[in-house]
Design a protein around this ligand. Sequence first.
Ligand code: UD1
Length: 418
Amino acid sequence: MPVYTIRPSLSLRGEVTVNTSKNAVLPIMAAALLCNTPVTLREVPELTDVDSMARVLSACGAKVEKSGRELTISVRQLLSPRDAAVMRRLRASVLVLGPLCARTGEAEVPLPGGCAIGQRPIDIHLRGLKAMGAEAAQENNLAVARGRLTGGSIYLDFPSVGATENLVMAASLAHGVTRIENAAKEPEIIDLCDFLIRCGARILGAGTGTIVIDGVRQLNGTEYTPIPDRIEAGTLACAAALTEGSILLSGARSDHLRALLFKLRESGVLVQEDARGLCLRGRARRAVDVRTLSYPGFPTDLQAPMMTVCCKAKGQSVFLETIFENRYMHAVSLCRMGADIRTEGRMAVVNGGQPLYGCTVEATDLRAGAALMLAGMIAEGQTELVDEAGHIDRGYERLDQKLAQLGADIEISDGKPR
Ligand code: UD1
């Protein structure tokens, strides 16, 4: 069980390189199930979610080989995964549903798990598959999809990232043309489509609200390097905004971080974009309001780290979480540390500028854990961040080390060599 001991850090300085994106790598791993020949992914981050997804693919009959930061996935015979425990390890396990159904005409997949930040149903995934001619339903803790997929016209009730990914993958091998309206526009969707196009798929409109996929008979594997992780970059940018420092986030894509950078600038941080990445100087001084939205709006995954920033900035910030219904668990721990935050349903009001004090807090989910690590950096005294379930390692590759590289005082103890 990782326990992070965090002491105050007055300023962060230096350069760190941003990893490839967890949320791009996981769907691309699922998409490898669509390919007749091996897929090689490069620069894959060391994350437990990636390991869990590799297990999910193995449970589907794929062979997954890891060599350093390279992952090779090859498929001989596909089958529906039976191991519910493996599937429950992460939300992205549901992304094998579309590929399995598209290739075998039958998929029975134990329901996914993931961070407990809301109900997270899969009705939009299932309705989309039905519109492509499948019989799709949730039965006895299984997501089931059967039938030969044909092109269809799909309107998504909500631009769900996962549903868009599942349906684009399924449609790539369906017979005929599929049109997905109100599709998610996240950069990870574009990356998945770029990967599929490299494998031979015919997709237009990725990154817009309407994606059109002309199904092909087969896809062939390719080598691919996914995009940089905008959430890791954004978390490190929030860390910089807490201290009077100057950091370079090498490889960060500022075009993927518009909403966060707009807010950081509004709060007084100096942000410079150049060919190497992103430079951040100075700290957040003014309160800002944050409303999470689908891309290109403010990402829900950065709501928690941004709340820590608003605890430091002077004045009142109002947060509105519109994506997940239960994503303020970090607020409870921040209050234990001395923050003044009131939550009411999807709204949180932060009265920033109160001193924070170190104490023992728990990482209740992935991004909440990151937010508390940042809070420890500006708290007086020592913070013990207990991550019993290992949430932080699921989505950040040694976040503590990256922050320490910039000058933060963070130690980890878990009894395991790292
Ligand atoms: C992905 C990201 C996650 C991010 C989220 C929103 C990955 C692996 N995870 O999760 O980090 O926080 O996008 O940007 O990429 N919904 C339904 N029915 C459905 C599907 C979704 O009601 O069938 C609802 C969800 O409960 C949630 C909202 O839609 O309230 C957004 O979910 P979605 O966009 O699907 O997020 P994920 O793909 O799970």
